[in-house]
Design a protein around this ligand. Structure first.
Ligand code: FE2
Ligand code: FE2
Length: 277
């Protein structure tokens, strides 16, 4: 008897330490006795048809693709606020740093055509789900375990090398980690791995960390204008912003999850940018 979609979601929760399904993850069309899954970073309506044609009975997207994942996505952004507070950022500063982004995300979610891809999954009779925050949390834990092996006196270069030696995805990816603020020879000092919060916190979140005792912020991605602003403001202060790369960092949790699903008899095929371990 193969797994069902609920058991697959439950496994992701157990692996990541979540008690309930986060707002950015959902089962769009549930299914039982699943045997053959397609998993990828962005699996949308066209990919559902491809999956159907190729004989997959389940499609697992990492990023949200509709339904409650899209409509309630802004809720997970509050994890930035919680993470900042854990790292010593005052509550009011942390809330202020996220206020605009959460407002904008709410407007965006309200705009979204939330039943686009799920409507085709129903039509094609393919089981369809997305698992976002739990898989990112698994990836974040891997990065944290690597950071723990280092000392505050370790350099940015050593952190990057550590990540590459601990996580094969970083060796296999076609992107390199980038130091957008700081220099490879800088000491890392106090580090915040700012990931598994919905999306990156951009300028305001990195600034809040830098202003409150964090020396190195790790993002998996960051837009040009925010990176530039942070560089202009914090380069001279000896702060570091390391960008690990989007699809490669998303792949960390996805690959761990694939490994566990395969142990439970589900056959998985990677697509849409997943970097193999
Ligand atoms: Fe992700
Ligand atoms: Fe992502």
């Amino acid at each position: 008897m193969g797994l069902n979609t609920e058991e697959i979601m439950q496994l992701a929760l157990e692996m990541s330490g979540f008690r309930s399904v986060p707002a950015d993850s959902a089962i769009y069309t549930s299914g039982k006795n699943l045997k053959n899954a397609l998993i990828g970073i962005d699996l949308d309506a066209p990919e559902l048809l491809i999956a159907k044609q190729l004989g997959f009975d389940l499609v697992i997207s990492h990023h949200p693709k509709g339904g409650s994942s899209t409509l309630h996505f802004p809720e997970v952004l509050h994890r930035h606020t919680e993470m900042m507070i854990e790292h010593g950022v005052p509550k009011d500063v942390a809330e202020q740093a996220m206020a605009e982004r959460i407002y904008d995300a709410r407007c965006q979610a309200h705009i979204a055509n939330y039943d686009h891809a799920p409507s085709f999954a129903r039509m094609l009779n393919v089981s369809y789900m997305n698992i976002h925050l739990p898989l990112d949390e698994i990836g974040r834990q891997q990065m944290l375990a690597s950071v723990k092996k280092l000392k505050p006196e370790s350099t940015v270069r050593e952190l990057i090398e550590r990540f590459k030696s601990d996580m094969s995805e970083f060796r296999n990816a076609q992107t390199q980690m980038e130091v957008r603020v700081g220099r490879p020879e800088n000491k890392i000092g106090r580090v915040a791995v700012s990931h598994a919060c919905g999306t990156n916190g951009g300028y305001p979140v990195a600034k809040a960390y830098f202003d409150h005792g964090i020396d190195t912020v790790i993002y998996i991605h960051c837009a040009g204008p925010d990176s530039r602003k942070l560089q202009q403001e914090f380069q001279a202060q000896g702060k570091n912003l390391i960008i690990t790369g989007h699809v490669v960092s998303d792949s960390l949790g996805i690959n761990s999850f694939i490994h566990e699903l395969e142990n439970r008899g589900l056959k998985l095929t990677r697509a849409s940018g997943v970097v193999s371990p």
